[in-house]
Design a protein around this ligand. Structure first.
Ligand code: GDP
Ligand code: FO1
Ligand code: CA
Length: 318
C-alpha cells in the first residue's frame, strides 16, 4: 500500500509519527509532500522550517515544547549576530540548527535541487518515510499588510514572528506558485497512492501553499486515490498556533466546518472526499463530504496512529 500525506510543520510532523507507525503495521510506503511556503533566506542561509520540523521530529531531534528547531539547543550564534546588530534580530537561529542551514545552502549553491538536498539531510536523520518538498521552485508565502497607512507585502516569517500575525492583513500571496512545478517524485507518488491524507496542518499557510502548485492540486483533485483531511481545529480554536488569525484573513470561520468547506469536496471543485473532525464536534456537516467524528488529539504516537487508522477506514482503505 502507498500513503501520501500533505503536511506543514509541527502538526504535520506529529501526524506523520502516527502515519509512520501505521505504515509499518501495514507494510505501506509513506511519502510526505511538505510545504515550502515558509522558506526564507536570512543571514545568507536557506531555512526551510516545515521540512526541518518534520525531519527533526521523525528523526528524534526536535524540541517538543518549542515545536520547531532542535532539542538541547544553544543560542550563541543568535546572540553574536544580535551583537553585530545584524538584522533581522526577531528571527532566532539555534547553533545546532545553523549546521542544517549551512549544509543545505552549500548544496543549493552548488546546484542541487531542494529535493536532493532534503534527501541528503535525511541520510543523517533517517525519518523512516520519504520526505519531498512540494516544489524545488520558489513558492513563498507573503502577507499583504497595511503598515503606517501603506499597503505592502511582507514575507510570511516577518508576519508570523515579528508581527505575531497581529497586523491588519488583506490576503496571502504564494509567490511563484503559479509557475512552480512539483518536486521530482511528487506527481508519481500521488498518482500511485492508495490514499492521500491531509495532515491537521494550518490550512491557510501550510496546506494551501502546497495546493497552490497547480499540478499538485490537479493531481490530488482528479487522482484515483481517495483524499481524507484531518481538522486542525477542535471546537472553535486551533489546537496550537495562530491558524485562527490566518482563517480570519480568509474570512473563513475558525471551525471544523469552516476549514472543511475551505478545502472543499472533490465533487464540488475542492480536494477532499472525507473530513475527520474531533469527537466533540460530532454532527458537523460539510457539503459533499463524508464527515466522521473521532478523537483528534495527537497526545502521543499511539493516539495519533488510531487517528490515522480512522482516516484510512473512513474511505475503506486498510
Ligand atoms: P506549523 O507549520 O509548524 O505551523 O505546523 P502545521 O501547519 O503542520 O500544523 C499546525 C496546526 O496543527 C495548528 O493549526 C494546530 O491546530 C494543529 N495541531 C497541533 N496539534 C494538534 C492535535 O493534537 N490535533 C489536531 N487535530 N490538530 C493539531
Ligand atoms: N519561530 C519563532 O517564533 N521565532 C523564531 O525565532 C523562529 C526561528 C526559526 C528558525 C528556524 C526554523 O526552522 C523555524 C523557526 N521558527 C521560529 C518557527 C517558524 O517561524 C514557524 O513556526 C513556521 O514557519 C510556521 O510553520
Ligand atoms: Ca508552516
Amino acid at each position: 500500500m502507498r500513503i501520501v500525506v500533505l503536511a506543514g510543520g509541527i502538526g504535520g510532523a506529529r501526524f506523520l509519527l502516527g502515519v509512520r507507525a501505521v505504515g509499518r503495521e501495514l507494510g505501506a510506503d509513506v511519502t510526505a509532500v511538505i510545504n515550502v511556503g515558509d522558506d526564507v533566506t536570512l543571514h545568507g542561509l536557506r531555512i526551510c522550517p516545515d521540512l526541518d520540523s518534520v525531519m527533526y521530529t521523525l528523526g528524534g531531534g526536535a524540541d517538543p515544547e518549542r515545536g520547531w528547531g532542535r532539542v538541547g539547543e544553544s543560542w550563541t550564534v543568535k546572540e553574536e549576530l544580535a551583537a553585530y546588530g545584524a538584522e533581522p534580530t526577531w528571527f532566532g537561529l539555534g547553533d545546532k540548527d545553523v549546521a542544517t542551514h549551512l549544509v543545505r545552502t552549500r548544496m543549493l549553491d552548488a546546484g542541487y535541487p531542494l529535493s536532493a538536498v532534503t534527501e541528503a539531510l535525511c541520510d543523517r536523520w533517517k525519518p523512516g518515510i520519504r520526505m519531498l518538498p512540494a516544489s524545488d521552485d520558489r513558492v513563498e508565502t507573503h502577507a499583504v499588510v497595511e503598515v503606517d497607512g501603506a499597503t505592502r507585502a511582507i514575507h510570511f516569517q516577518e508576519w508570523w514572528i515579528r508581527h505575531r500575525a497581529g497586523v491588519p492583513t488583506q490576503r496571502f500571496v504564494f509567490v511563484g506558485a503559479e509557475t512552480a512545478k512539483p518536486a521530482a517524485g511528487v506527481l508519481d507518488a500521488i498518482s500511485e497512492a492508495d490514499v492521500v491524507l491531509l495532515a491537521p496542518s494550518n490550512p491557510v499557510v501550510s496546506i494551501a501553499p502546497i495546493l497552490a502548485v497547480p499540478a499538485i492540486r490537479d493531481a490530488v483533485a482528479t487522482g484515483r486515490a481517495p483524499v481524507v483531511g484531518v481538522s486542525p481545529i477542535i471546537g472553535s480554536a486551533p489546537v496550537r498556533g495562530m491558524a485562527d488569525k490566518c482563517l480570519a484573513v480568509m474570512g473563513v470561520p475558525c471551525t471544523p466546518a469552516g476549514v472543511g468547506g475551505l478545502l472543499g469536496a472533490r465533487a464540488n471543485g475542492g480536494v477532499l472526499d472525507a473530513w475527520l473532525v474531533d469527537e466533540t464536534d460530532a454532527g458537523v456537516e460539510v457539503p459533499g463530504l463524508t464527515v466522521r467524528a473521532v478523537p483528534l488529539w495527537m497526545t502521543d504516537e499511539a493516539a495519533t496512529a488510531t487517528m490515522v487508522r480512522d482516516a484510512l477506514s473512513t474511505v475503506g482503505v486498510s
